[in-house]
Every structure is written in structure tokens, then in C-alpha cells.
Design a protein around this ligand. Structure first.
Ligand code: ITT
Length: 198
């Protein structure tokens, strides 16, 4: 039996990464694919509550199983910034280019380049909420290695590699990535559920 679950996101790069891990029985539908356009508030100062806010908003509207994820890039020398504010670091509307420039500017001359990505998935499954988390530690480069791409990928080198995420094929990024770690737990959870009524 195959089933579809709503992914409360407008970010197609996130959707592509998660789709690359899904087993055959499971499909996801993003908000754009549902025809939705309204912004979903992310008012909290932590990933877990923001992820929950997104999935709860969609669950209230569609009364279906759904999930969301919130991700942040936490830079140690900047006391965790941009962190939960990663999407809007350089202001609104969100601008990847400006976010990267601001981050590199704040890290100019800073020796400690350690950072980590964290993803929290909030799943609402048959009216109950579940959370899954993944972390990927690494280093911020001193300049971009790569052009346009997904978020901060062109300035982040995961520990264990010498390439930025931008330089990697998806399968290689998945080997290291925060999102893949959270997604695999989410999929294992769903594979172990006996009840699938949409
Ligand atoms: P939603 O619709 O799911 O909220 P979003 O793009 O607003 O999508 P977030 O609130 O989770 O996503 O913001 C996370 C920020 O971090 C945003 O700027 C992303 O581009 C960036 N980001 C998230 N995951 C990333 C990854 O794997 N690699 C690089 N940058 C990433």
C-alpha cells in the first residue's frame, strides 16, 4: 500500500533531500504542491517549537497526517548565530546570498570556524506529535566554494570531508547531513506503524 503525507514546507531543496530517502510506499506533498501560498509563522526562538508550529498549522487546516522540519546553522564563535534565525539572518524577505555575506563578514579574521547544522522534524501522526533530530558538525569556509545553491551549502564543510556541501552530489551530502539523520529516524518510525489511514 502506498500513502502520501503532507510536508509543511515551501523549500523544494529540503523536499528533494527528504524524497531521496523515502521508501517506495511513502510519498510526500509540499505546500506548493497542495496549492497553498500563505506564510506559516515561525515565532519561537528554538527549532523544536517552530517545527511544531508549522506542522500544527497544517494539521489544523487539512486534518491529515503531516510533518515539518526546522533547520538552523549554529556558529560557535557567534554564540550560536544565525541558529534558529538562519533563514532571515540578513533580513526579510529571506535572501541566501545576503545571509552568506553577513555570516562571512562576521567571521572575518575569526580563527574558530566550528559550526553545526541541526534539523528537528515534527510529525503529527494520527493526532499525536513526534520529534526527530539530526546534527552535522563542521567548519565554515573563509569564502564561498560554489555558487548559488541550497542555503549555506557553499560555505559549510562537514567534519570528515574536505568539500563543501555545495560540491557534493546529494548521496554524498546525505552521508553527513543533519537532515538525512533526522529523516532516517522519521522513516524508521513510520515503517514501524501498523495503522495507515491517511
Ligand atoms: P520552510 O518552508 O520549511 O520553513 P525555510 O527555507 O524557511 O523552509 P528554515 O526555516 O528551516 O527553512 O530555514 C533554514 C535556513 O537554513 C534557510 O536559510 C535554509 O536555506 C538554510 N538551510 C537549511 N537546511 C540547509 C542545508 O541542508 N544546507 C544549507 N542551508 C540550509
Amino acid at each position: 500500500m502506498s500513502t502520501t503525507i503532507i510536508f509543511a514546507t515551501y523549500n523544494q531543496s529540503k523536499a528533494a533531500e527528504i524524497r531521496s530517502r523515502l521508501p517506495a510506499f511513502l510519498q510526500i506533498q509540499t505546500l506548493a504542491e497542495l496549492g497553498m501560498q500563505e506564510d506559516i509563522p515561525e515565532p519561537y526562538d528554538n527549532l523544536k517549537e517552530n517545527a511544531a508550529a508549522k506542522s500544527q498549522t497544517i494539521h489544523r487546516l487539512y486534518h491529515q497526517n503531516c510533518f515539518s522540519e526546522d533547520t538552523g546553522l549554529f556558529v560557535l564563535a557567534l554564540h550560536g548565530a544565525p541558529g534558529v534565525h538562519s533563514a532571515r539572518y540578513a533580513g526579510i524577505p529571506p535572501d541566501n546570498n545576503a545571509n552568506i555575506e553577513k555570516l562571512l563578514h562576521h567571521l572575518q579574521g575569526v580563527e574558530n570556524r566550528q559550526a553545526y547544522f541541526q534539523t528537528v522534524i515534527s510529525l503529527i501522526f494520527h493526532d499525536q506529535e513526534f520529534f526527530f533530530e539530526g546534527i552535522c558538525s563542521g567548519q565554515i569556509t573563509s569564502e564561498r566554494i560554489g555558487d548559488k545553491g541550497f542555503g549555506y551549502d557553499s560555505i559549510f564543510i562537514p567534519d570528515g570531508s574536505n568539500k563543501t556541501f555545495w560540491e557534493m552530489e546529494l548521496a554524498e551530502k546525505n552521508f553527513y547531513s543533519h537532515r538525512r539523520k533526522a529523516t532516517d529516524q522519521f522513516i524508521t518510525f513510520l515503517q514501524n506503524q501498523p495503522v495507515w489511514n491517511g
